[in-house]
Every structure is written in structure tokens, then in C-alpha cells.
Design a protein around this ligand. Structure first.
Ligand SMILES: Cc1cc2nc3c(=O)[nH]c(=O)nc-3n(C[C@H](O)[C@H](O)[C@H](O)COP(=O)(O)OP(=O)(O)OC[C@H]3O[C@@H](n4cnc5c(N)ncnc54)[C@H](O)[C@@H]3O)c2cc1C
Length: 293
């Protein structure tokens, strides 16, 4: 990340204002290139604020459109991926249960299979011998952020070259990413694996990595570029749409949590807020809790 993100709405608004001049054609042209953690890329790095709803997708998209009109389409489309993933998982909570069950199975294997345990620890510590992968593993741990294209390459190498259970990689991301989100993360890993769109997986290619890292890496000959997509026996179908209580009235206590810090968007007309409480349960997000930033 550019600088350690300050977890306030004001800091998010400052980051948005600084990024807005680049939210049009410059974003569309440069968003796939990862110039490395030391150099400024074309992406916004707004994800920690969006993830906790200190900024909302709607206001960020509106600001980009106001600044660039149609030229902001690519940026707005990307912001929309978050909205899509959240809604998709909300309607299919069983897919998250499936991930958690897979994670428990993978943890059991770690306890009993020494080779797998060693390979897993080497991957997390950046000791696989695949230069780009090792560098990204260290970057996530040190900076709690990774460029989108690097996340795709990383997840693909984890699954198809290192042959590690994808659930352990998703958990590694949730443990370290400041924007770690159960919908965007679980479903992006499933998408790379070929489980979200059955039969269609994302294979990292050495040529693509060399091109979009500006030649910083060239893992030619090190990647499995012919692996088959993962498959699964069952996929839970959509659940009934969630039912929402009507907005409260009278005296209320506000309970804030890390999924939604956008108090401004709550319908509090007719309410008198008597107290505000906050709860944070980062340990529920990842195996063993989240790592200190
Ligand atoms: C394996 C994998 C795991 C991921 N895990 C997460 C996660 O835990 N949390 C998370 O917020 N994003 C996740 N992403 C999506 C994406 O990589 C990040 O949102 C993005 O890199 C954040 O950087 P940015 O703010 O500079 O993005 P920008 O390119 O500037 O995009 C602006 C905003 O749009 C949203 N966005 C952009 N691309 C995506 C996308 N593909 N999916 C969902 N939202 C997107 C984010 O809120 C982002 O902040 C994951 C992607 C992959 C491939």
C-alpha cells in the first residue's frame, strides 16, 4: 500500500479525492500492470475503506462518473464486482459453509501429512523457489495488500502449480489482507480454481506475468500452464432471499461492526440513539485470527 491506511471515513475520502483524477482512461489503461510495491500503480487502493463501508460503492462510483463520465466505466465496473460478490454469497450462504468445511479438512491434512505441511509453510513464508510467488507471499505479510493481478497469479500458482488446497490460500489472504472479505475473497479463489464458473479456471502464464510486471519477474518453465480446473460434487443452490426487519423507531442502541461502518446510510429517521456499541471479531474471519498489521 502507498501508506498505512488510516481507518477513518475522512482518510478514505482523502484517498478518493487523490485518486479521482486517475479514475478514467488512466485506470482503464494501467489497472492490469503491477509495478511492484515501491512504485505507484494505476489502481486506487481504496479497498480497505470499501471493505468496511467507511466508503460505499455507490458514492465512489458516483464520484468517478462525475469526474470522467463514460471514461470511468472500467473503474465503476470493477467496483461493481464487490457488490456482485456480496450479493451472490448472501443468496448462497451454503457456499461459504462449504469453504469452511473444506478448510477444516485441509487443516486436518496439515496435521497428518508432513509433505503438505512443509509445502504450505514454504508457500506462506515465500520459500518455494518461484521468485514472483515468493515475493508476493512476503508482500502480503509485510504490506497487507496485493495488486489484483498479483492476487490472481498467486492464487493460480497456489492451486495449479503448488497443488495446495485452495481453502488454505483463501485463509492465508483473509489473515493478512486489510481488505480481507469473506465474499470477495472466497468467491475470487473459487473463480480462479474453476469452481465459480465450472470448467473455466484462471491459469497464470509466465509470459503474462513478465509482461504485466514490467519484466520484474519471468517464471518461464516453473508454472503448470496446462492444469485442469478443480471440480466439486455439489454446489448449494440459492437460499430464500433474506428478510429484513422494518427500520426501528423510538429509542435505539446502535451496534456497529466491521462489516458496515457507514452509519450515515442507516435509516434512523424517527429514532433516538441512546447508546452506541461496537463489536469486532477478527478472529472469526481467518484460522487463528488476523495477523497484526
Ligand atoms: C484471489 C483473490 C482474492 C481477493 N480477495 C479480496 C478481498 O478479500 N477483499 C477485496 O476487497 N477484494 C479482493 N479481491 C479483489 C481485488 O483484488 C481487490 O479488491 C483489489 O485488488 C483492491 O485494490 P484496489 O482498491 O486498488 O482496486 P481498484 O482496482 O482500484 O478497484 C476499486 C475497488 O473496486 C473493488 N474491486 C476491484 N476489483 C475487484 C474484484 N475483482 N473483486 C471484488 N472487488 C473488486 C474493490 O472494492 C476495490 O477497492 C480478490 C481478488 C482475487 C483474485
Amino acid at each position: 500500500m502507498d501508506a498505512e491506511p488510516i481507518p477513518t471515513r475522512d482518510a478514505g475520502l482523502d484517498r478518493l479525492a487523490a485518486f479521482l483524477p486517475r479514475a478514467g482512461a488512466a485506470y482503464a489503461a494501467g489497472r492490469n500492470t503491477d509495478p511492484g510495491p515501491e512504485r505507484k500503480g494505476a489502481v486506487s487502493q481504496l479497498s480497505p475503506w470499501l471493505r468496511h463501508r467507511l466508503l460505499t460503492e455507490a458514492e465512489v462510483a458516483r464520484a468517478a462518473f462525475a469526474a470522467h463520465g463514460e471514461a470511468a466505466a472500467k473503474f465503476i465496473e470493477e467496483v461493481g464486482w464487490r457488490t456482485y460478490w456480496k450479493g451472490w454469497l448472501e443468496q448462497r450462504p451454503g457456499v461459504y459453509d462449504l469453504y469452511r468445511a473444506g478448510l477444516r479438512r485441509a487443516e486436518n491434512r496439515l496435521a497428518t501429512e508432513e509433505g503438505l505441511r512443509r509445502a504450505f509453510h514454504d508457500a506462506c513464508a515465500g520459500r518455494t523457489g518461484i521468485d514472483c510467488f515468493d515475493s508476493w507471499a512476503r508482500e502480503i505479510v509485510a504490506r497487507n495488500y496485493l495488486h489484483n493481478h498479483a492476487r490472481m497469479w498467486f492464487a493460480s500458482i497456489w492451486i495449479f502449480t503448488l497443488r495446495l488446497p485452495w481453502e488454505l490460500g483463501a485463509d492465508f489472504f483473509l489473515r493478512h489482507l486489510l481488505d480481507g472479505d469473506i465474499a470477495s475473497n472466497t468467491l475470487s479463489w473459487r473463480w480462479v480454481a474453476g469452481l465459480h464458473t465450472p470448467g473455466k479456471h484462471y491459469l497464470a502464464r509466465a509470459e503474462n506475468i513478465a509482461r504485466f510486471t514490467g519484466g520484474r519477474f519471468d517464471p518461464r518453465g516453473l508454472l503448470d500452464e496446462a492444469a485442469e480446473p478443480l471440480t466439486e460434487a455439489v454446489r448449494p443452490g440459492p437460499a430464500l432471499p433474506p428478510q429484513f426487519d422494518p427500520p426501528p423507531s423510538g429509542e435505539v442502541v446502535l451496534l456497529l461492526h466491521e462489516e458496515d461502518c457507514a452509519v450515515e446510510t442507516l435509516d434512523l429517521a424517527g429514532c433516538t440513539v441512546r447508546a452506541v456499541a461496537a463489536v469486532a471479531m477478527p478472529e472469526a474471519r481467518a484460522r487463528g485470527g488476523v495477523a497484526p498489521a
